[in-house]
Each structure stands twice: as structure tokens, then as C-alpha cells.
Design a protein around this ligand. Sequence first.
Ligand SMILES: C[S@@+](CC[C@H](N)C(=O)[O-])C[C@H]1O[C@@H](n2cnc3c(N)ncnc32)[C@H](O)[C@@H]1O
Length: 425
Amino acid sequence: MLRELFLLFTCMAWVEFAIHFSPWIKNISQNVEIYTPTTFQYPVSLNTYNGEHTRLLQNLQRSSGKWDSTHPRHRLLTALHGYTCYKDKSLAEVDKWRNLYKNVPKRQRTLLESTIHYTRKINTIEHLLDTNAKLSRSMVDYGLSFYNISQSELDEFIKESESQQRSADRTSVSQGMKHFVRDWADEGHEERQQSFGCILNSLAQMPRTKERPLRVLLPGSGLGRLAHEVDKLGGFDVTMNEWSAYMNLAYRYVSSLSVPNSVQFHPYIDWWSHHATTDDLQRSITFPDEVIHPSSVLLVEGDFTTVFAEHTGLYDIIVTLFFIDTARNLITYLETIHRLLRPGGRWVNLGPLLYGTAPFVQLSLDEIVALSASMGFEFQETDPAIGNVTLSGLPVRGLEVAYGRNGRGLNKNAYQAQYWEAVKR
Ligand SMILES: C[S@@+](CC[C@H](N)C(=O)[O-])C[C@H]1O[C@@H](n2cnc3c(N)ncnc32)[C@H](O)[C@@H]1O
């Protein structure tokens, strides 16, 4: 009896929920709505690659704003500091493991050495670090020339930072380098398929012409592979945006490579957990699996919520992949997406709701849908093949996707990422 009552109340709650949400749920039982571009006039034009580079260099001038840790040049120098110190930081970590090993009693160490050669394993890792350090040095060299910064300025910045106990951030460096695998190595192919498939399928169906390409913006684009895949579809004018200087240095570097699979490194040697074999741990990865034509996609560096101040109503499509949960203020993200889209423009989202440190609000999926709808987004029905509807009555679909997974690892973490498309009314 109690169970029946519970089910009855649950059903009533869901009916009420569906009625409540119905005004912004469109075409629930129909197929994907065909996207029709209107004869919309753009208020301003997009920057060119060279124009954006000039704007970027101007923005990086020390005189362009208050000189503190939020200044773009300060953030860039901090990232360059991080990549410069990759080797020292990593060697310090290996030293720590070597010292910890000394705690193992002599008898056990003898056993370890005669069976699995543990010291040799540590020494090999130390040796492989040289390859990674060579990569991080090349990234610094390319960054210095791309951003027009002298080695002496960087040296001075590092000296000053260290004197103020601001040490290099090894985690951001390691994350930046690991994204070479997710975005630009063969090994990331499966992971990319999982995430990009539904987005690219949807964009591919959108009517467009060479003469009148659709303008797409991808904020929080990381190392930019999705942006370049959208560009390859043809008929899109693609802008990507990324705030992190660690990511931007990595993207600028990968964009500079003209030979496929010309760079090699060992992405897994800094984390010894979840490896089936030591060969897996120590294996090398090559990239890029494809050469990038950097000028085909425009990277606008900076904070998504402020850097596009003059782009109101400029975009036909905004694609957020693993992005919205990075917001300090999620409402500002939603407002920015809404402002940058033209009326009738479409927001395509795929990602989890993994809130970071100190977000102002942490909303659940139903709250995000309700809030977006109240701002003027109309959620669209999407292809059922993408995945099951997460909340009955809402056209938001869930699909299991990995992020930064080691394909041979013994851990298989994945997200139930949420996919939706919403049109700005
Ligand atoms: C989880 S990562 C996803 C990267 C990429 N979309 C992917 O799927 O590989 C989120 C990215 O958003 C960037 N990001 C965070 N806040 C941002 C902001 N306000 N403006 C632009 N990018 C931002 C981060 O630096 C990070 O690279």
C-alpha cells in the first residue's frame, strides 16, 4: 500500500513537472528540427587571424591594464614559468619516490630488485622525463616567439616569482600536455568519437553555403580539436576561445607543427596508478595525428564572459563541450551565450556538471534547463540515438563519455554527459 502511494505521488510530481516545463519544450515527439538560417544582418564582422594576433599582442602589453596576477601577460608568464620548470618539478617528484622507497626494509628491497628491478624502473622514468622536458622547452621557445616575449623577461619573472614563493604549477602543465592525447593523438580517437559524434552530426545537418557560412563559437575550447573538426565540415566560420594560458601555449605549439606525428612524449609517467604493465606507464605517444591549419580557426584568448563584449548577436551557433560547469558564475555563462547568439541562433551543449572550486552557484540539470528557458532558450528535440532522455519530459539526453582517459589504464572513469540543443528566441 505504502509503495503504491509513493508511486502515485511520484507520478503526480512528474506530471506537474512536465506541465511546468512544457512551454519551452518544443517538438518533444518530433524529429530534430531543421535549422533554417534567416537573412540576419551581422552587427560587426569577425576578426581575421592576423587582426586577432595584433589585438592579442596589444592586450598583452604591460600598459594595457593593472599589473597584477590577473593581467594577461602575467598569466602567460606564469604558464611559461610552469612549462620552464617542468623538468625540475618532475625530478623533485621522482626523488620523492626514490626516498620513499628507502623506507622499504632491505630484505624486501632485495626481493624487489631481483624480481622487478624497481630502481631501474625509477631510473627509466627519470630518463624518460628528458623527452617530456624537451617538449615543454620547445613549447616555451615557441610561446616566447609567438607572443613576442624575450627570454630575459621570462627569466626575470621567474626570479621574482620564486623570490615571492610563487612556485611553478606542475599540475596545470601536466594537464596541458595530457590534452595533446585527448585532442591530437591517435590514442584520443575513441574518446573524441564519443564526445564529438553527436555535435558534429547535428552541425553537419545545418543548411549553410560557402558564401554564407554559419558562425560558430566554441568557448572553453581546450586544445581545439572539436573546433577544427567543425571547420572540416565546411560552411562554418569557426571561432574558439580559451582562457587558460597553459592550454593556449599548448594549442599555439601544436598549431606550429607541420609534420604529422613528429613529436613524442610520455604522458603517463607522472601518475603511477592504474597501469596493467610498466610498459603501459612508460609508453610514448606521438602527435599531432593531423596537421593543423591555424588560420582556418580563430582562437580568441581570454575570459569568455568579457572578451566578446562587442560580439552581441554575432553567432549562429555556440557549442559548449565540457564547459558550462567551469563557471564561477553559471548565470553569467548562460547570459553570455544568450547575448552572443543571434535571435534564432542555437546553443549545443555536451558535458557533465562537475563544479570546480568555489562556484557562486551549483545548479542541477533541471535548474539549468528552467533558468535557461526563463532567459529565452527553447529546448529542442534531439536524435534519440544520442542517448536516453535524462529527465522525463525534458529533451536533454545523457551519454557516457570519458575525459582524458588512459585507454590502457585499469580505471575507467566516465561521465554521464548531458546533451542538449536550445534555440534563442
Ligand atoms: C574541462 S575543459 C574542456 C576543454 C575542451 N572543451 C575539451 O572538451 O577538451 C574546460 C576548459 O574551459 C576553459 N575555461 C574555463 N573558464 C573559462 C572562461 N571563463 N573562458 C574561456 N575558457 C574557460 C578551461 O581553461 C578549460 O580549458
